[in-house]
Design a protein around this ligand. Structure first.
Ligand code: MG
Length: 275
């Protein structure tokens, strides 16, 4: 499914930094504009402008058949939602996924938020707990990368984190991936424990880690648009993602403005800039 790529050299890891920074900047701008009344298409334009402003291009637009810079998924749509002009409503749980290609290298990241709804505090609290669970699972997976010998340890960490957060499920059939010259490369990064240890974790490995956590059953289906992955029972879904490099000095979260310092602190892991 994915094209095979070798481990990245130190120079190649350094070359991936601008793509990660452009991805982070685009999603930060989107987060600021993600308010009740805004539309997914407006966010798409914001992300595209930021990426172009940094001399890059949207790598989502390079995916055959996909014509947007972001995926925007609301409520029970978990991932791969196509931006449209339906305005966000109070209390919506919105997941945004996007990436930039700069200088021939790729970044890929996602976040989820719950929009305020003063009339439904319980709904907002319930949805925020799901978003927090996806975030925690992401950082648990990233933190494990700092000490893992083999990649499949991440799935164990993500699964354990989600189980500890609440009565949630991890959707089946979707996971993270290697990233580099192309957005989707080997190896697959599982969000749950699997048979086999997976590839060795070593300097030069760059992966996009992306737990997709739902409030109900893990079963999903693809909507008639051919892209949107939605929960079969309509329960809410949340998605969080970062692209992370393993290098000689440690790990560095390419798509986090601080390299992952804040997210990794609770795990006692300090990210190290790529030397
Ligand atoms: Mg991805």
């Amino acid at each position: 499914m994915f094209r095979r790529h070798p481990l990245k050299s130190s120079a190649e890891l350094r070359a991936m930094v601008p793509a990660g920074e452009a991805t982070a900047a685009a999603l930060a701008a989107v987060r600021e504009r993600l308010v009740v009344g805004a539309t997914p298409l407006e966010l798409d334009a914001v992300a595209d402008a930021v990426i172009r402003g940094r001399g890059g291009r949207s790598n989502f637009r390079l995916v055959p058949g996909y014509g947007h810079t972001l995926c925007v998924s609301v409520g029970g749509d978990v991932v791969h939602g196509i931006p449209d002009d339906r305005a966000f409503r109070p209390g919506d749980l919105v997941s945004v996924d996007g990436g930039a290609e700069v200088g021939g290298w790729n970044g890929d990241a996602a976040f989820s938020v719950v929009l305020p709804d003063p009339d439904r505090p319980d709904l907002v609290r319930t949805r925020q707990a799901l978003v927090d669970a996806a975030d925690r699972a992401l950082w648990a997976g990233i933190a494990r990368l700092a000490s893992a010998r083999h990649l499949n340890e991440l799935g164990e960490a993500i699964e354990a984190s989600v189980a500890a957060s609440g009565p949630y499920s991890i959707i089946e059939g979707y996971g993270g991936h290697g990233i580099g010259r192309t957005m989707h490369e080997e190896p697959t990064v599982y969000n749950h424990a699997v048979r086999g240890r997976g590839p060795r974790v070593q300097p030069g490995l760059v992966v996009a880690i992306e737990p997709m956590v739902v409030a109900g059953s893990p079963d999903t289906f693809v909507r008639d648009d051919g892209w949107t992955v939605a929960t079969s029972d309509g329960a809410d879904g949340a998605h969080a993602e970062h692209s992370v490099a393993v290098h000689r000095g440690g790990i560095w979260v390419l798509t986090a403005p601080d390299g992952g310092a804040a997210g990794l602190a609770p795990f006692g892991v300090t990210p190290v800039p790529i030397g």
